[in-house]
Design a protein around this ligand. Structure first.
Ligand code: SF4
Ligand code: FES
Length: 305
């Protein structure tokens, strides 16, 4: 099949970008999407033109490196599929495909289809760990884990950190990613000693990284290649309330998270219809993190173009 590709080309983070159209012929249905781009790049190199930069590693849906928008949909729109697993049989001869990088202020474009997702790394650093005594390995059944909890932790651990949830969300929210990382460890007995600190630290870091707020659009769940359920965001909110409740009795310092002073007028940025639980969380968190920006503002979901 023969296709037209409209691809976002941007030399660097500071250079202006634009769409460039390419014709590509003899694409077979068996090819993966990235193999099709490999073919395009071989052609560009032969013509002494710069190849299209895109990120990849495993090419089997495990590492989370790949990811861009195909016709405006993260990972190309096949349910539970990363773009590296996307097969060309889902497209038709003569199609025009528009490829562009994730669009979110927290994910600045590095080059072409590659964005900087280190904001996710900093959220992980804030709380994605447990403390455990060192020494010889404990017996496998030394700590018993209820089956239901093990299944929940396993489902949450499936998140590969690709960033599609942020790209799909109108608010550029990282709630689905953060909720998966928090739920993974908070569901297990080994994660209990730092449960409150983990929740507060990761939520605070998420807000420091200028991700937007969740307003229950559900776009994140729809595009997630690992089908992380949106109910994990509910679990995160419940854990946040729990942590804040405990904190009222025992002041908690959050290490490794930049604690910026709270804006005096923080409440002015919140919508009137904010839920009671979010209101409690807001009051507590605004002591530690900067006031959130208005939902839907350019600062939240602003493009990097
Ligand atoms: S929650 Fe899903 S879409 Fe978001 S980073 Fe994890 S795997 Fe990717
Ligand atoms: S290249 Fe690893 S998930 Fe796509």
């Amino acid at each position: 099949m023969n296709l037209t590709l409209r691809i976002w080309r941007q030399q660097s983070a500071t250079a202006p970008g634009r769409f460039v159209s390419y014709r590509i012929n003899d694409v077979t249905p068996e090819m993966s999407f990235l193999e099709m781009l490999d073919m395009l790049n071989e052609d560009l190199i032969n013509r002494q033109e710069p190849p299209v930069a895109f990120e990849h590693d495993c090419r089997e849906g495990i590492c989370g490196s790949c990811g861009f928008l195909v016709n405006g949909v993260a990972h190309g729109g096949q349910r539970g599929t990363t773009v590296c697993q996307l097969a060309m049989r889902f497209f038709n001869d003569g199609d025009t495909l528009t490829l562009e990088p994730w669009r979110a202020r927290a994910f600045p474009v590095i080059r072409d289809l590659i964005v900087n997702r280190s904001a996710f790394d900093r959220i992980i650093q804030a709380g994605g760990f447990i403390t455990a005594p060192t020494g010889s390995a404990p017996d496998a059944n030394a700590v018993l884990v209820p089956k239901e909890d093990a299944d929940t932790a396993f489902d949450a651990a499936a998140c590969i950190g690709c960033g599609a949830c942020v790209a799909a969300c109108p608010n550029a929210s990282a709630m689905l990613f953060t909720s998966a990382k928090v739920t993974h460890l908070n569901s297990l007995p080994q994660g209990q000693p730092q449960r409150d600190q983990r929740t507060l630290s990761m939520v605070a870091e998420m807000r420091n990284e200028v991700f937007g707020s969740c307003t229950n659009h559900g776009e994140c769940e729809a595009v997630c290649p690992k089908q992380i359920p949106i109910e994990f965001i509910g679990k995160l909110n419940r854990d946040l309330i729990r942590a804040l409740w405990h904190r009222r009795r025992e002041p908690l310092k959050i290490p490794s998270v930049v604690q910026l002073p709270c804006a005096e007028d923080a409440h002015e940025h919140f919508h009137d219809d904010i839920r009671p639980s979010q209101e409690v969380a807001r009051r507590q968190l605004q002591e530690d993190v900067p006031a959130p920006l208005p939902v839907g503002s350019p600062e939240h979901a602003g493009t990097s173009r």
